[in-house]
Design a protein around this ligand. Structure first.
Ligand SMILES: [Zn+2]
Length: 691
């Protein structure tokens, strides 16, 4: 029998307990006479691994072709002596000064056509052959040097590829790469000209070398070209990573290989990025979500708004590899940020965030970082040790959490997350809406986040799926702002609804083909029969306000729409809401159509958050979604199962104690106590129940 990954690596380096609870450690930034003390203290916490070296290129290759790994071997050996396994990071995110001084063509060119400069990190082009060659070279030398090191268990390729400074590179190498990618995709220019409709503005290409990248050009780019350019840039990064991956598989066949990224960004298709890696690893910094929400509004941020963003990040990452347990490679452990930084987590919050990751399908968590840097751009990114190397406020809490989680064991950590609901996240839609938002305030990710936030109080478990994922396992599938619909996706949706599924979608459905041309049939194009409506008109909202009055079935106070209204004409669908203002007053805004054995619901207006939070759970309930246990607002519930057992995670994201009524008896598997009737969950508290 093939053991799960963490167990395989665990057997090889530690006596018992899961492997992947650890901390990100920087021996390259720490005097060597402190390594022994660090390793001892890291082991005392109960950690099983560290990730190291992902930014240490300058120390590993101080001059071109001169490799120095002796220091890193000493660090790995010191850690291994204390039974701490090592995940090595390849250092391509931060090329050293000798490299950027010698090779002047490696720099990223941003969307304004400006070249980036060295001095930060990730200032490089993913296509540039020199940068790729030198990145592969240092990674290969590293791999050869550490392939048989007993302390090393796995690799992280690069760091945060999804977090480029300008998200896209527009340099000459990328233009050439784009042209080659187009040749492979379309084969000939005639197909490209037809697919993009280049006859508009006299853009017919007669040679591949004429095809530009979407830099400023006195007018907007062709939408088909722009969408393909986003796809190319995603591909360029995936293939950049792929070179290191292919090498590591050959040189280090016994090590696992992953990458670390900021998950909830649309820069690179994460499903492509992680396809050939062993598991998904990513960052979780709830403090950033809090800062971001404060930037958007001065109103107090409700705790469940922040927790929903973290939860969505976890669900997104788990979905990127079809439900496989993931790892948090960087979990917030203190005040985090660079020029500005978030607040110190409240007592209990770091433990809560750690359990939230496990509750959503995590198998391991590494905290960022061990000691807080005393120099460099991240001096205020607080770790487990303060600048004076004393314990941070959350140090003991992390120690307690790691011990609890190790005691939970592999059965829980490799169990399956249970989801009855799916939410579609489609990179094509995100990119196409960014290219042509229709309304300057409309963008894809915030819409998907709003829908996630509205659905999550149903506590049904949410899988975040791609446009072509199998929808059969779900009772209800939500697909907001599904602007691009391919024929293959339309067929999937049709078959899901026909077989009894409930499909809920929103305005702009199917307005674009997957080549970003306009659909030539009445909207919603390929899904007109499934939805049972025709879009009579689509209306961005500016001065003329719009609202929605709900039917008795939804029974909510009127909603306001501030961005968009699709005006619907029904052909068999029931009307669940009508517009209230202007020329479209009384016309259908929300419809539900019976199709086959299922139902297709169209929400034509961008409902305000409060209304969306009433409507979507109500639709979920009508699709048969039932809560396992009733929990108050601010308490999150998820479930994981394995071998006929089920674990229910209760997570209190509020500062106040909450009371929860249980209809039957449960065991709290952390506290090892039997629970009946009313139970209390302390502020930021966690319980894991087993029936
Ligand atoms: Zn480039």
């Amino acid at each position: 029998m093939r053991l799960p990954l963490w167990a395989q690596t665990n057997v090889s380096i530690a006596s018992e307990g899961p492997l992947l609870f650890g901390v990100d450690y920087y021996p390259d930034q720490t005097p060597e006479d402190l390594w022994e003390e660090d390793a001892r203290r890291i082991a005392e916490v109960g950690f099983t691994n560290v990730r190291i070296a992902e930014f240490a290129w300058a120390l590993m290759e101080p001059a071109e072709g001169k490799f120095e790994f002796a220091w890193l071997h000493r660090a790995v050996e010191t850690l291994h002596k204390h039974n701490i396994a090592v995940i090595l990071g390849t250092p391509s995110a931060a090329p050293p000064p000798w490299l950027s001084a010698k090779y002047q063509d490696i720099f990223e060119v941003n969307a304004q056509g400006q070249r980036l400069y060295p001095g930060g990190r990730r200032f490089t082009c993913p296509t540039n052959p020199t940068y790729r060659r030198l990145s592969l070279k240092i990674a290969s030398e590293m791999a050869r040097s550490f392939a048989d090191s007993p302390g090393v268990v796995g690799w992280q390729i690069d760091n945060e590829l999804t977090l480029g400074s300008s998200m896209r590179c527009y340099c000459n190498a990328c233009q050439t790469g784009f042209q080659a990618w187009l040749r492979a995709k379309y084969h000939d220019l005639e197909t490209i000209n037809k697919t993009w409709g280049t006859v508009f503005w006299s853009q017919t290409y007669t040679d591949f070398t004429q095809i530009p990248v979407p830099l400023p050009s006195g007018g907007d780019p062709n939408p088909g070209l722009a969408l393909d350019y986003d796809r190319y840039q995603s591909y360029a990064n995936v293939s950049f990573q792929g070179e290191q991956l292919e090498m590591l598989r050959k040189v280090c066949p016994h090590h696992f290989i992953t990458a670390n990224n900021v998950g909830l960004l649309d820069t690179i298709d994460m499903r492509d990025l992680y396809r050939d890696l062993d598991f998904v690893a990513f960052d979780n910094y709830p403090g950033f979500f809090e800062m971001l929400l404060h930037q958007q509004s001065s109103a107090p941020v409700p705790p469940d708004a922040i927790s929903a963003l973290s939860a969505m990040g976890h669900d997104f990452a788990r979905g990127a590899k079809s439900g496989k347990p993931f790892m948090i490679m960087e979990e917030q452990s203190g005040k985090a940020g660079q020029r500005s930084f978030g607040p110190q987590p409240e007592k209990g919050q770091v433990r809560l965030w750690t359990y939230q990751a496990i509750a959503h399908g995590g198998m391991g968590v590494n905290y960022f970082r061990w000691d807080t840097a005393t120099s460099g751009a991240e001096e205020y990114w607080h770790g487990m040790l303060n600048h004076d190397r004393s314990k941070s406020p959350a140090f003991d809490e992390m120690q307690q959490t790691v011990r609890e989680l190790k005691a939970l064991g592999g059965e829980v950590l490799n169990s399956k997350y249970v989801a009855e609901t799916a939410l579609v996240f489609d990179y094509d839609c995100s990119w196409a809406v960014t290219i042509q938002p229709g309304h300057f305030s409309l963008s894809y990710l915030p819409q998907v986040q709003s829908w996630y936030g509205a659905i999550s109080p149903s506590h049904s478990g949410i899988d975040i799926v791609g446009p072509l994922s199998d929808m059969a396992p779900y009772k209800i599938v939500f697909a907001p702002l599904q602007y691009v619909v391919s024929e293959a996706q339309a067929a999937k949706i049709r078959s899901f609804v026909q077989s009894g599924g409930v499909f809920v979608t929103g305005f702009r459905l199917g307005a674009k083909t997957d080549t970003s041309q306009m659909v030539r049939t009445p909207l919603p194009g390929l899904l007109r029969d499934v939805m049972g409506v025709t879009v009579e008109d689509y209306v961005p909202i500016y001065s003329a306000k719009q609202g929605v009055k709900f039917s008795a079935m939804l029974a909510c106070p009127d909603a306001t729409c501030t961005l968009w209204a699709d005006i619907l004409q029904t052909s068999g669908a029931d009307v669940l809401g009508t517009y209230t203002a202007g020329a479209h007053a009384g016309k259908a805004a929300i419809t539900a159509n019976k199709f086959g054995k299922g139902k297709a619901i169209y929400i034509g207006g961008d409902l305000d958050v409060v209304s969306l939070s009433r409507v979507l759970p109500s639709l979920a309930a009508s699709a048969g979604i039932q809560q396992l246990i009733d929990v108050p607002r601010g308490v999150e519930l998820t479930a994981r199962t394995a071998g006929g057992k089920q674990w229910i995670f209760l997570l209190n994201h509020t500062a106040d104690a909450q009371t929860i009524g249980l209809a039957k008896s449960f065991i709290d598997v952390v506290r090892k106590e039997t629970l009946n009737g009313k139970i209390s969950l302390e502020g930021y508290g966690v319980r894991i129940l087993q029936a």
